[in-house]
Design a protein around this ligand. Sequence first.
Ligand SMILES: Cc1ncc(COP(=O)(O)O)c(C=O)c1O
Length: 477
Amino acid sequence: MDQENFRYEELARFIAALVDRGTLVPGTRAPSLRSISRDRKVSMATALQAYRLLEDRGVLQARPQSGFYVASRPPARKPPTTSRPPARATAVSVPAVVVKLLEHASDPNLVPLGCAIPDTNLLDAGRLDRLLARTARERGGVYNIYTGPQGDLRLRREIARRATRWGQALSPDDLVITVGCTEALVLALRAVTRPGDTVAIESPTYFGLLHALKALDLKALELPTDASEGIDLDPLQAALSQNRIAACLFASSFNNPLGCTMPDTKKLAVLDLLARHHVPLIEDDIYGDIYFGDERPRPFMALDRHGVTMYCSSFSKTVAPGYRIGWIAAGRHLPRVLDAKAALTLCGSVLPQAAFGEFLASGGYDSHLRRVRRVFAANIERMTRAIDRSFPAGTRVSCPAGGFVLWLELPQPVNTGVLFQAALDHGICFAPGEVFSASGRYANCLRISCGHSWDPWIERGVTRLGALAAEALMSNR
Ligand SMILES: Cc1ncc(COP(=O)(O)O)c(C=O)c1O
C-alpha cells in the first residue's frame, strides 16, 4: 500500500513539474492515462489516482469524455482586497526606497523580481538593433537633424495604423512621439493641470506616476481599486462631486501593480461620468499589447464618444525600453502638448524613431508579441504556483489577465519595507508595497515582476522570499 502511495505521488510530482516548467501548457491536454501509465511504467489505477490528486490541487482539470487538461489557473489564492485609501486629496510622497529600487534594477547579482523590466533575451530586439545600424549607415546624415515636435511621420503612421485594429481611429497628425510613456504622461498632465491641482488615480498605482505628480506639484486623490475590475465607480462619482478634480489618470488595462482591467461597460460608465463633470481622462496603455486572452482589451479612447481621453503608451514593455519611444494622442489638447514638447525637448532623437518606423513597417512585431505574451502568461502561472508553495498561509495574490507583474497582500503584521532589506541581503530584489501609494499605504503588500525568463535561479529566489516573509510574520507575532 505504501509503495502504491509513493508511486502515484511521484507521478503527480512529475506531471506538476512539467506544468511548472512550461512543458505542459495551461489549456492543453495532459498525456492520456494510457500513455502515461505505459511511459512511466505504472498501472492505469495509479495513473488515475495521480491525476485525481492533481485535479484536487488545481493543476489538472477533468473534462467529461475528453480526458484531463492542464488547468488554466494555478490553485486559487484569494485576490487582494479592494484598497480603501482616504477619500481626500493628499500631497504625494515618494519614499526613498524608490531610488534604491531603481538602483538595484540593473544589478545582475540580484534575483530580478523588483522592477517591471522584461528580460533582454525575451525582448529579442536584435532585428530592431540591426535596422538601427543599417539606417545609421545608409541614411545617418538624413536623420542627423531636428524634426518638428511631433516626431517621425512614418513612425506615427505605423502607430496610427496599428491602433485602428482595436478601434482607435487615429491619424498620424493626432500623435506626438515622446521619450517613453513617462514623457507622454507628463505632457498630458502639464496640458490639463496647474500646480496645486488634484489628480484622481488608482490605488495602488505605478510609482513613476506618483513621481510625476510630485514633480509637477500635483495632489493625488487615491481611489479604491478592485484587483480584477479596477476603480470602484461610486467613490469616483463621490470624488468628482465633492472635489475639484483636474484630471483622472487610469491604466487602460493590466494596471501596474494590481493587473486589473475594467470591462468595457465600466469604461463607458467612467467616460460618461467624466464627460458630465468636464474632467479629462489620461490613460496609460503601456501593458495593453500583453494580453493573455483572445482579444486585446480596448483602451478608453476607442470607446470615448465625448473626446475626454488623452492616450499614452510606449514600446518599453514589449520590445525596447532603451529606445525610449512612446507616444501620446492628446485629442483636443494636442496644441498644448506640442507646445510643452517643443519647450522641453524641441523634438525626440530622430534616428531611433526612423529605425522603429522601419521595424513596424517591415512586419514581425506581431509574431514577436505573440511569443512574448505566451512567455509572460507561462511566467505568471509558474510564479503563482511558486508563491502558493512558499508564501505564508493567508497571502493573497492577484490574477492578472495580462502584463507581467503580481501583487501580493501578506497577512498582518508584516512590513515589506523591512522585508525588502532582508531580501537584498539574500540577493533578491522585489518592489515593496509602500512605493505604490501616495500616502504611505500597502506596507503589508509587495509586487513581484515575472518579466525574467523562468529558471531555477528565479524559482529559488521566490521560494526564499516566501520563506523570509514567513519568518518575518512569525517574529512579528
Ligand atoms: C504603468 C507604467 N506606465 C509607464 C511606465 C514608464 O514607461 P516608459 O519606460 O515607456 O517611460 C511604466 C514603467 O514601468 C509603467 O509600468
